[in-house]
Design a protein around this ligand. Structure first.
Ligand SMILES: Nc1nc2c(c(=O)[nH]1)N[C@H]1C(S)=C(S)[C@@H](COP(=O)(O)OP(=O)(O)OC[C@H]3O[C@@H](n4cnc5c(=O)[nH]c(N)nc54)[C@H](O)[C@@H]3O)O[C@H]1N2
Ligand SMILES: Nc1nc2c(c(=O)[nH]1)N[C@H]1C(S)=C(S)[C@@H](COP(=O)(O)OP(=O)(O)OC[C@H]3O[C@@H](n4cnc5c(=O)[nH]c(N)nc54)[C@H](O)[C@@H]3O)O[C@H]1N2
Ligand code: SF4
Ligand SMILES: [Mo]
Length: 710
């Protein structure tokens, strides 16, 4: 028997994860037969996480969307008719031409986020065509906006250290971040550091997987971290452990910050946070003296109404003890500020009409119903996002999507909770079927993704779709009709002009090497090693004047989220909805093997809280607040303290009993900075499921999307 030869194609995991792993796809006779990690990549280290290891199951899934479809039944009912791409694009063009003639292109809203993080399939696809069309802009603030705004204001940019420098850290606070699930390739680095004596503290209202191997785990009450950070600063100042010379030279406002911290003595902070005063004092001493010391945080902590101020407080802490610019010290948030793609090359905005208005993605439901008018949103175009599952206050989103006069198009790999409300569904390629460039937010290696196989069925990539739409709308600008390679080359070249980290980085080199490191050599690779910060003052802005424009105190402070102070009754719990271990947001949450591992949608609650409600572990419970309800399986555990409940994000409504997911309960109120979503500032009530609740699973129409061919 002759064996056909196989080829191995280098790629990049496209998902919203700091690791952006380097992948290898083995292809035989046009079919991907093996998908694995690139063993030569210094961070990927030869293994992929549990979520993406079965990627071929996703690519070749029976329920992949492979052809365009038009809705034939009522909205959301799941009845479809297969149509050709020509028909689909012509219908979109016709509807948009009519809408534009009557109300202008601002009545069209593109909605995309993090299905893929690639330069071409995300950033460029989400900007160029839409800028040219003159559509409404999207405020992309669902994930990290408060922390981003706080970081830029305080230290000047998202300029994290090389993750491997954590090996030099002596005291590491992992604060509101769960890397064991959300950044798995950081864990081997952390283990090595711990073996070398790094003292690891995890601070989280849930005893997460990451907390289990920490030297110290602190269980603060939700959204009290600002007070905790100010309490640590209080002790450092009071015991004169601060580095006055450093503060004088490199910061603004340390005297004022010392006054503010004065209002947060350990006893008061203990009452606010639930963490004993002695523990606070000891931790402050250790952070100040067992150096290098570092605060590593991510985005979970800032999804509260006070998230911006909380992150400002975290960023100030290492400055007090002169830890910025020290290898293994400072803060470790994100790497994304080292290379910021040239925005003109990405979006060509200067050649387009000005963006007519901006719509906040976190308020999608409100925007579709009544918040945006004159003209209202008449067409919604969703790609690389699943807002019904992943965006707060989902009941309102569904209400908006059911509007008869809304023309909704969804470009997807699967029939998601959002796609089921579309008028037209278009099939999207997976990462194996498209070209892209990934710039990780967790380390400093660019990763090129070659297409390994031809698109399945009639699926097309985001960028190819934008080109089709551009042609349909009569836009012939060459920058709307480039190959992905030439888009990447253009953006690299424009960015390289002002950023020497990209010296010598070309598409040819990326294709040849797959992985290209951009870390500076020598001492220069430690952020702020020269003592200067890219803030307006060139210093760490402990007191930050720019905050005044946002209506926020220029000093970090602790402000209680308004939802927690409203009179919601004594029987409320604070609901936290962080990452599920086996999904990335709602991506992968339809893959059978991963659903089996993750288990049923559940809610974690302290046994004392369950007892008070006469509930037992294993019960089906109804969780609710004024926004909506959702049915979950109760699990009692001391991972959470009384007063706190945890229900991970990601499970699809259509797989959930009662047809609703956790975002039916989450708030669409915005945080103090960056118009950030406030997924964790929620109060809920939990009770036994009564007989009046229909717990049957909302199911798609049985017809296969790909078999219907009329
Ligand atoms: N497995 C998996 N990996 C993922 C994702 C996923 O869904 N699943 N999502 C990806 C995305 S989109 C992102 S943005 C990142 C997010 O990465 P992370 O920020 O690490 O993940 P989260 O689980 O959202 O939040 C981290 C922790 O914040 C805690 N937290 C919530 N409120 C508070 C608080 O008030 N104080 C403190 N101290 N902690 C608090 C939560 O309990 C949670 O354990 O992960 C990415 N990676
Ligand atoms: N309750 C709660 N909700 C949350 C959060 C939370 O902490 N709690 N976290 C929030 C955060 S941090 C984030 S980043 C958001 C993420 O929210 P979204 O950006 O909406 O991400 P997903 O829900 O993963 O949906 C992405 C969709 O894109 C599709 N897709 C993947 N690749 C492609 C492609 O190449 N082309 C097209 N057209 N489609 C593609 C996938 O099939 C998937 O259905 O979720 C938020 N939702
Ligand atoms: S999700 Fe993260 S850890 Fe998993 S393969 Fe992708 S980049 Fe790597
Ligand atoms: Mo995110």
């Amino acid at each position: 028997m002759s064996r056909s030869s196989s080829t191995v194609v280098r790629g990049a995991c496209p998902h919203d994860c700091p690791d952006s792993c380097a992948t290898l796809t083995e292809v035989q006779d046009g079919r991907a037969v093996r998908f694995s990690a690139d063993p030569s990549h210094p961070i990927t280290g030869g293994w992929l996480c549990a979520k993406v290891r079965p990627y071929l199951e996703r690519v070749y899934a029976d329920d992949r969307l492979l052809y365009p479809h038009r809705r034939v039944g009522a909205k959301g009912q799941g009845e479809w008719q297969r149509i050709s791409w020509d028909e689909a694009v012509a219908e979109i063009g016709e509807r948009w031409t009519e809408i534009i003639a009557e109300d202008g292109a601002q009545a069209i809203l593109p909605y995309s986020y993090s299905g893929t993080l690639g330069l071409v399939q995300n950033a460029v696809s989400a900007s160029r065509f839409w800028n040219r069309l003159g559509a409404s802009g999207l405020v992309r603030s669902i994930c990290d906006a408060a922390a981003t705004a706080a970081t830029i204001a305080t230290i000047g940019g998202k300029l994290g250290p090389d993750p491997r420098d954590v090996k030099h850290t002596r005291t590491l606070l992992i604060w509101g971040h769960n890397p064991a699930s959300t950044s798995p390739h950081f864990m081997p680095i952390l283990r090595e550091a711990q073996r070398n004596g790094t003292y690891v503290v995890v601070i989280d209202p849930r005893r997460t997987l990451s907390a289990k191997s920490a030297d110290l785990f602190l269980h603060p009450k939700p959204a009290t971290d600002g007070a905790l950070a100010l309490g640590l600063m209080h002790v450092i100042f009071a015991e004169e452990l601060h580095d006055e010379a450093w503060l004088e030279k490199h910061s603004i406002g340390w005297h004022r910050l010392r006054n503010r911290a004065g209002a947060f003595p350990p006893d008061r902070v203990a009452k606010i946070t639930g963490i004993p005063a002695d523990t606070i004092i000891e931790l402050a001493r250790r952070f100040a003296t067992n150096t290098p010391s570092m605060v590593k945080f991510s985005d979970g902590i800032q999804r509260h109404q006070n998230g911006g101020q909380t992150v400002r407080a975290l960023l100030c802490l290492p400055a007090l003890v002169g830890q910025y610019g020290v290898r293994g010290g400072g803060t470790f948030y994100s790497q994304s500020g080292h290379i910021v793609w040239n925005s003109e090359a990405v979006g060509h905005a200067s050649e387009c009409p000005p963006v007519p208005r901006n719509v906040n993605m976190n308020r999608l439901g409100a925007a579709l119903i009544d918040e945006i008018s004159d003209p209202p949103i008449r067409s919604l175009f969703v790609f690389a996002a699943n807002p019904v599952t992943s965006t707060p206050n989902s009941a309102r989103i569904v209400e908006g999507l059911l509007r008869e006069d809304l023309f909704t198009v969804v470009h997807e790999q699967f029939m998601t909770d959002t796609a089921r409300y579309a008028d037209i569904v278009l099939p999207a390629t997976t990462q194996l079927e498209q070209v892209d460039l990934l710039k990780p937010y967790g380390h400093r290696h660019l990763q090129y993704n070659e297409a390994a196989i031809a698109p399945l069925g009639e699926a097309i990539s985001n960028w190819d779709l934008m080109q089709l739409l551009a042609t349909e709308m009569g836009f012939d600008e060459p920058w709307l009709h480039q190959t992905p390679e030439s888009v990447i080359e253009e953006v690299l070249a424009a960015t390289r002009k002002t950023n020497d980290l990209l010296e010598g980085v070309t598409v040819d080199r990326l294709k040849l090497e797959g992985t290209v490191s951009y870390s500076r050599k020598g001492g220069d690779d430690v952020p702020f090693a020269d003592g200067s910060f890219p803030t307006p003052s060139g210093k760490v802005e402990l007191w930050c004047e720019a905050m005044i424009d946002h209506g926020v105190d220029p000093l970090p402070d602790y402000v209680v989220p308004s939802e927690f102070t409203a009179s919601n009754g004594a029987d409320s719990l604070v609901l936290l909805t962080g990452a599920a271990h086996h999904y990335v947001s709602s991506s992968m949450a339809n893959q059978p093997s991963l659903r089996a591992k993750e288990g049923e949608p559940e809610i974690l609650m302290n046994p004392a809280d369950a007892l008070r409600r006469d509930l037992q572990s294993g019960d089906l419970v109804k969780t609710e607040n004024d926004r909506g309800w959702c049915i979950l399986r109760l699990k009692t555990t001391d991972e959470v303290q009384p007063g706190v409940a945890v229900a991970p994000k990601g499970h699809w409504a259509q797989h959930s009993k009662g047809g609703r997911s956790i975002n039916w309960l989450t708030s669409d109120a915005l945080a103090d900075l960056g118009d950030q979503a406030t997924f964790h500032s929620n109060l809920i009530r939990v009770s036994a499921v009564d007989n009046g609740v229909d717990t049957t699973i909302f199911s798609n129409s049985d017809q296969s999307m790909n078999a219907v061919a009329d």
